[in-house]
Design a protein around this ligand. Structure first.
Ligand SMILES: *Cc1c(COP(=O)(O)O)cnc(C)c1O
Length: 310
C-alpha cells in the first residue's frame, strides 16, 4: 500500500510563456496530506509498522506532523504530535482532523521536541521531519515518477528546509542515472541554512529563523543534504520573503492552487527569472505544497511594510 499518490506532472502554459522555455510542474501540493512530505514519511511509517512499532510520535506542527497523522490514520496506528505554544490553531486543527493526539507544550520547538523524545518507548517510533534515510528513499519516488513519464528535466527546482527533499531528489536523480541534472536549491532569506553552510564550507547553525516561510525553518540542514549539495551539481539560491509571497499569489491566479511561502520560494525561481535558470530548457519545478497557509495570511504578510521593503 502506498500512502502518497503519483502526483500530476503537467507543462505549465503560463510559466512556459513567461520564460519562453518549457516549465514542468510536479504537483505534490495535491498529495493527501497537502505536501510532498507524505512520500518520505509514509515510507518511514510503513517501515516502522513492519518493524512492529505501535505508536508514531512527531514534534512537528507543520507539514511533517500532518503527514505522520495522515499515515497513522491510514495504517491504524495511533499518533501523538507534540507542538509548542506558538503553533497556529489552523495547524493544530489540521493535525487533529487526522485523529492524531495533539499535545501543546513549551514556548519553543526545542521544548516540545524534548517532551516528544521523553515519550519514546520500544514500541514507539519517532518520525524526524527531514533527517532519516527512509524519508529520503521515499522522497526519491518523485523523480522515479518523472522518469517513468519519459521526461528528462534540464534542471530541478526545489525548496530546502532541513534538506530532506533535496537529499531524496538527488538520490532519485542518481538512481535514474541522471547524475548530470542540476538542482536549484531555493531558500528564503532568514531560513538560508544551506546557502550559508555552502559558503562557509561546513554546516552552520542559524541563530534564529527570521523568514515567514516557517516550513523552511530548520536552523541546520542535515549532513546528507550538505554532502550531496557538494557532490552533485546543486546551485543554492536565496530569495526574499516578498518574492516567495508574490509567487504564491501569482501561482494561485495561474494554476488555481494555493501553496505555502515555502513552496513559493521555488516558484519564485521562475517568476523572478533567476539567472541560474537562464540557459535551462525543460525546467522542472517541484511544487512541494504546504497546508498551513491561507490566502488571507499570505496577503497580510505581503502587505507588511517591512516585508514589502525587502
Ligand atoms: C518540509 C517542507 C519543505 C522543506 O523540506 P525539507 O525536507 O525540510 O528540506 C519545503 N516545503 C514544504 C511545503 C514543506 O512542508
Amino acid at each position: 500500500m502506498k500512502l502518497h499518490i503519483e502526483s500530476p506532472l503537467i507543462e505549465s502554459r503560463p510559466l512556459s510563456l513567461l520564460v519562453q522555455r518549457n516549465v514542468w510542474l510536479k504537483l505534490d501540493a495535491l498529495q493527501p496530506s497537502g505536501s510532498f512530505k507524505i512520500r518520505g514519511i509514509g515510507t518511514a511509517c510503513e517501515a516502522y509498522a513492519r518493524q512492529g512499532k505501535r505508536r508514531f510520535i512527531s514534534s512537528s506542527g507543520g507539514n511533517a506532523g500532518m503527514a505522520v497523522a495522515y499515515a497513522g490514520r491510514c495504517l491504524n496506528i495511533p499518533v501523538t504530535v507534540v507542538v509548542p505554544q506558538t503553533t497556529t490553531e489552523r495547524a493544530k486543527a489540521l493535525i487533529a482532523r487526522e485523529n492524531a493526539e495533539v499535545i501543546v507544550h513549551g514556548a519553543s520547538w526545542q521544548e516540545a521536541n524534548a517532551l516528544a523524545q521523553s515519550m519514546l518507548s520500544d514500541d514507539a517510533a519517532f518520525l524526524h521531519p527531514f533527517d532519516d534515510p527512509l524519508l529520503w528513499a521515499g522522497h526519491a519516488s518523485l523523480v522515479d515518477e518523472v522518469a517513468a513519464a519519459g521526461m528528462k528535466p534540464g534542471a530541478v527546482v526545489l525548496s530546502v528546509g532541513g534538506g530532506g527533499l533535496l537529499a531524496g531528489v538527488v538520490q532519485g536523480l542518481r538512481r535514474n542515472g541522471w547524475h548530470d541534472v542540476p538542482v536549484i536549491a531555493m531558500e528564503t532569506r532568514g531560513a538560508d541554512s544551506l546557502s550559508q553552510s555552502l559558503r562557509a564550507g561546513h554546516r552552520i547553525t542559524l541563530d534564529a529563523i527570521t523568514s515567514l516561510a516557517t516550513s523552511l525553518g530548520a536552523k541546520q540542514v542535515c549532513q546528507e543534504a550538505f554532502d550531496l549539495a557538494r557532490s552533485h551539481p546543486v546551485h543554492s539560491v536565496v530569495v526574499e520573503d516578498i518574492a516567495a509571497l508574490n509567487a504564491c499569489e501569482r501561482f494561485l491566479d495561474d494554476h488555481r492552487i494555493l501553496v505555502e511561502p515555502a513552496c513559493g520560494a521555488s516558484l519564485a525561481a521562475v517568476y523572478e527569472q533567476i539567472p541560474q535558470l537562464a540557459e535551462v530548457d525543460e525546467i522542472l519545478v517541484v511544487v512541494c505544497g504546504g497546508a498551513t497557509a491561507t490566502l488571507d495570511q499570505i496577503r497580510q504578510w505581503a502587505a507588511r511594510p517591512d516585508i514589502k521593503a525587502a
